[in-house]
Every structure is written in C-alpha cells, then in structure tokens.
Ligand binder design. Structure first.
Ligand code: ASP
Length: 303
C-alpha cells in the first residue's frame, strides 16, 4: 500500500494582503519540513503513529505556529497547551489539556496513551506526569514569543489565532496512512488567544479535533473549537464513512462545509484513509496545509 501524509498549521481569516512574503515563505518552509520528517518515517516502512508524531514535533518547535513554542496566550498571559494522538490500529488514544511545561505536548499525549491507563490528563496533573516520565520540560519564557504578547494585547475577546491581526500562525496537526494501511492522527495547540484559563477546545477531545480508526479514517481539525466539540467532527466524518458509505472526501466536505456552519463553526480538517486518500476541506478564508503521497512531490497550500 502506498503511504500518505498530511499536515496543517491552522485555519482562519488568513488574508493574502496581511501575510508578508517572508512570513508566508517561513510558514510554507515549516510545513515542508514537517512533511519531510513524517515522510522519512513512512519511507522506511515506519508506522503512521510515528510519522504524525514526528511531523507535529517539527511544527510545535517552530515559533510561527500556535503549538508548543509560539503558543497563543490565555487572557491572564499564561500558556496552556493541549495535544492528542490516536492510533487507528487499536483506537488507542492519549491527550493532555491545559499543560504548562511539556516542551512537546504531543509527546506527553503519546506518553499518556502508551505509558498510563488513561486517555486524557489535564492541568497540574499533566505537568506532574511529564516530569515523572522524564519528558523534556520548558519554562513559560521558552513558549512565549514577542508576537504572542502583542497579539494578546491587541485582542478583543477570545480570538481564533488566524483571525488576529498578527503575523503569526495556528494550531498544528498531522494525519498519516502507512504502507500497512494503518492510520494515525496527532494535533497540538495553545488554544485561542485571550481564552479563559482552563478553557479547552477540540484538539485534545478524542472524536472532535483528533480521531483515527483503520476501518474509516484519521482526522485532525483546526478552527473554533467549541463547535467542533459539539459536532464531534472527527467521529462524525468517520461515522459517515462507516455507516453512510460516503467516501472520505464526501464525508469530510459534508461535515466542514455543510454541518459545521450550521453551528456557526469555522475551521477545517485534514483527513486520510487507509488507501492513502487525502481530504483537506475548510470553510475559512485559508488553512495552512500540506500533503505528500508515496512517489509524488509534496504539495503545500494556504488558500
Ligand atoms: N481548535 C483550536 C481550539 O479551539 C484552535 C485552533 O485550531 O486554532 O483550541
């Protein structure tokens, strides 16, 4: 089976006239680097789970995206990190929410899945777990960038990252199908600018912002998290494939373009199935995204 991989760097009101060429190039380059990290795993016959983890670590470490380093700030100036992974082979899943110290939140989510009996660990408990398991930790100063401080100062209310008038980008995610036809998903975010401390969006909610099941598909979402949670976006796309017989593109398009707007939900998803089909619909002005399929050149797009 040919492998496939897709990544995203967030959806929102991304305007061509407010994105400087230098920043656009930096963003595209980071997406290409994330695809390369994930594809290196898949090319040597590695697992989809390892590929999505590798791709998301690259994007978390890049300060232009709203995940790990460069995460957006809560209303009180704090950083709260959410992340999730799901393995389509077994539907094993792990997630963390409102963590403050894991340098790579996606690695902590994976540790929750692989090294605890739990699915979701939040707040101070997540930070304690990261330390106990010997994961790499970082102080607030490592996560916070001057762009994020300025973004919070300028924000009025709770803002989707890409809707803010700042030269910074969004939530990140990856989905992959490996040569064995197994799928996996990973998503990581700092949430929404100016959110109440303790607010958690769709990213770490399994079945909403993150979902993977070999029988149907793997999904990673980005956008205004609350409607994603209320609709159960990832699970719903999966159920439309499983129970209504829709193909991946039709299922993903229906949920993002028809159903999500009914809840005033804005955003998009990247999705892949075990045959290597990729869908990346969004209902916002843009979504930073990229994909690669075995034997083909990687493609990156914004609008
Ligand atoms: N979905 C994320 C959240 O609501 C935000 C985003 O995708 O930019 O926390």
């Amino acid at each position: 089976m040919a492998y496939a991989l897709a990544v995203h760097g967030g959806a929102g009101l991304i305007r061509a006239d407010s994105l400087s060429p230098a920043r656009e190039a930096a963003c595209r380059e980071a997406l290409v680097r994330a695809l390369a990290a994930g594809e290196a795993v898949l090319r040597r016959g590695g697992a989809a789970l390892d590929a999505v983890t590798a791709a998301v670590v690259v994007l978390e470490d890049d300060p232009v995206f709203n995940a790990g380093r460069g995460a957006v700030l809560c209303a009180d100036g704090s950083v709260e990190l959410d992340a999730a992974v799901m393995d389509g082979r077994t539907r094993a899943a792990g997630a963390v929410a409102a963590a403050k110290t894991p340098r790579n939140p996606v690695m902590l989510a994976r540790a929750v899945m692989e090294r605890t009996p739990h699915v979701l660990v939040v707040g101070a408990g997540a930070d304690v777990l990261a330390a106990e398991l010997g994961l790499s930790l970082a102080a607030r100063a490592w996560f916070v960038t001057p762009e994020r401080e300025a973004q919070l100062a300028a924000a009025t209310g709770v803002t989707l990252d890409h809707d803010a008038k700042a030269d910074v980008y969004g939530t990140v995610g990856a989905v992959a199908a490996d040569r064995d036809g197994h799928v996996a998903a990973a998503t990581s975010t700092g949430g929404m600018t100016g959110q109440r401390p303790g607010r958690v969006g769709d990213t770490p909610v399994i079945g909403a912002g993150t979902w993977a099941w070999d029988r149907t598909c793997a999904v990673s979402g980005t956008g205004h998290g609350e409607p994603f949670v209320r609709l159960g976006v990832g699970q719903r796309i999966s159920a439309l494939c499983e129970l209504a017989g829709l193909d991946l593109a039709a299922a993903a398009e229906r949920v993002i373009r028809e159903e999500l707007p009914g809840l005033e939900g804005r955003g998009g998803v990247i999705a892949v199935d075990g045959q290597g089909n990729v869908a990346m619909p969004f209902n916002t002005a843009g979504m930073f995204r990229g994909s690669v399929r075995e034997g083909e050149a990687p493609v990156v797009a914004i609008w």
